[in-house]
Design a protein around this ligand. Structure first.
Ligand SMILES: Cc1cc2nc3c(=O)[nH]c(=O)nc-3n(C[C@H](O)[C@H](O)[C@H](O)COP(=O)(O)O)c2cc1C
Length: 231
């Protein structure tokens, strides 16, 4: 099992001009990064512009050669876990976040995720609930504690932390859960990678043995035919 500090990407799900989400994402990134067991990085989807999903194949089968998709895949593959920060738009999470999620598949698998929603009066709760269904299908393992930030534009003090004590408490509970999952899921991914190496090596050995047997058969064939002809 790896002993390195786990890399958590905080993915900001708003690319809107004048967005309130930046403050939410910065706060949760700093809170996560202050922990000794987590190395947190804010990932701004503005820096990873993606085509609107139009691949001929589901990402489970193949990713398109598109360099923007490849860059996004490499980025996500590098993480041990995620915190998704989503605004609530019309009772749902953001389209830009859905697109970023749908674009990949294996890169999300078997990693923990925490969800932070924010909005106006809804506080992002409905966005969080929707997102919970989606992350299951991507093989992400979610923290039970979900964070919501109502009226995000005015929820933070000058120090950049939320004025509401409950928000801070749920955020810490969520981070604890994500941190608990990190080594367990890392072990699962390591075991899967090892099993794949062993299975690839076995398949390669079988291919080599089959090829050797075929060479031997081909080398012996003229001799057999010659014997048959003189019989
Ligand atoms: C198109 C649109 C729809 C919205 N729908 C909701 C909503 O359903 N519930 C809610 O609480 N806030 C809603 N809001 C308010 C946003 O959640 C709030 O403005 C939030 O700051 C948006 O995130 P952003 O500024 O990071 O893009 C909506 C805002 C927009 C622009």
């Amino acid at each position: 099992m790896s002993t390195r500090t786990s890399r958590i990407q905080v993915i900001l799900g708003s690319t809107r001009q004048n967005r309130a989400g930046e403050q939410v994402a910065r706060w949760i990134t700093d809170l996560a990064d202050a922990r000794p067991d987590i190395d947190a990085e804010l990932v701004d989807l503005r820096d990873f512009p993606l085509p609107f999903f139009d691949s001929p194949f589901p990402p489970k089968r193949a990713l398109p050669d598109d360099p923007q998709v490849q860059t996004w895949a490499a980025k996500v593959a590098d993480a041990d876990g995620f915190i998704l920060v989503t605004p609530e738009y019309n009772y749902g999470y953001s389209a830009v976040l859905k697109n970023a999620l749908d674009t990949l598949y294996y890169e999300w698998n078997d990693k923990p995720v925490g969800i932070v929603g924010y909005g106006a009066i809804g506080g992002g709760l409905r966005a969080v609930m929707q997102l919970r269904q989606v992350v299951v299908e991507l093989g992400l393992v979610q923290a039970n504690a979900g964070v919501i930030v109502p009226f995000a534009g005015r929820a933070f003090g000058e120090d950049g932390t939320p004025s509401d004590e409950v928000t801070l408490r749920t955020a810490n509970a969520m981070l604890n859960e994500v941190a608990d999952w990190l080594p367990l899921l890392q072990a699962k991914r390591d075991a899967q990678a090892e099993a794949k190496l062993a299975s690839d090596a076995k398949a390669e050995a079988k291919r080599a043995a089959d090829a050797q047997a075929e060479d031997k058969r081909a080398a012996e064939e003229p001799e057999t035919k010659k014997l048959a002809a003189t019989a």
